[in-house]
Design a protein around this ligand. Structure first.
Ligand SMILES: Nc1ncnc2c1ncn2[C@@H]1O[C@H](COP(=O)(O)OP(=O)(O)O)[C@@H](O)[C@H]1O
Ligand SMILES: [Mg+2]
Length: 144
């Protein structure tokens, strides 16, 4: 997606009643059907999440990534200006406790693929086509 398109979709979102989803480090805007924009205030954190999301995606454990995008540093977008496009996941578990069995299955799949993840919780796990995926990569890592 072109940067101009992304910015106009983001502006449209910001002018609507909808609010971004916020964690402690990232802001998330669903900018179009099936597509989200994830923003960070720290470039290093964005780059880290972007890289690891792709590693996890290649194992079927994360949404697909799109391109990186840096918003204009004019103050108009605040300090969350380092972002990337991602496939959107349905966050079905946010209102319920994550099923213990599901958690174990996910943990096993992560270990089997020589990956590590320290924060399996209902706000970080979504679904894409019936498959559990991780959406938050702050505490993900690769086993070397
Ligand atoms: N790919 C995604 N699809 C759908 N929702 C997402 C996605 N990524 C993030 N979110 C939403 O944004 C929230 C914050 O993102 P997250 O990566 O968990 O940030 P933080 O590291 O700050 O916790 C998530 O709890 C979730 O609701
Ligand atoms: Mg999170």
């Amino acid at each position: 997606m072109k940067i101009g398109t992304i910015i106009s979709l983001l502006d449209k979102f910001r002018n609507s009643q909808e609010r971004p989803r916020c964690g402690s480090t990232a802001k998330y805007y669903k900018i179009r059907k099936g597509v989200g924009l994830k923003l960070y205030c720290c470039k290093k954190e964005r780059n880290y999440a972007y890289r690891l999301q792709n590693v996890f995606h290649n194992k079927g454990l994360a949404p697909r990534i799109g391109n990186k995008i840096n918003l204009p540093d004019t103050g108009e977008y605040g300090i969350y200006i380092y972002g990337y496009i991602t496939q959107h996941a349905a966050m079905l578990f946010e209102d319920t406790e994550l099923d213990e069995q599901l958690k174990i299955e996910l943990e096993n799949k992560i270990t089997k693929n020589s990956l590590q993840y320290y924060d399996i919780s209902r706000r970080n796990i979504g679904l894409i086509r019936g498959q559990c995926v991780i959406v938050d990569f702050d505490t993900a890592s690769v086993v070397f």
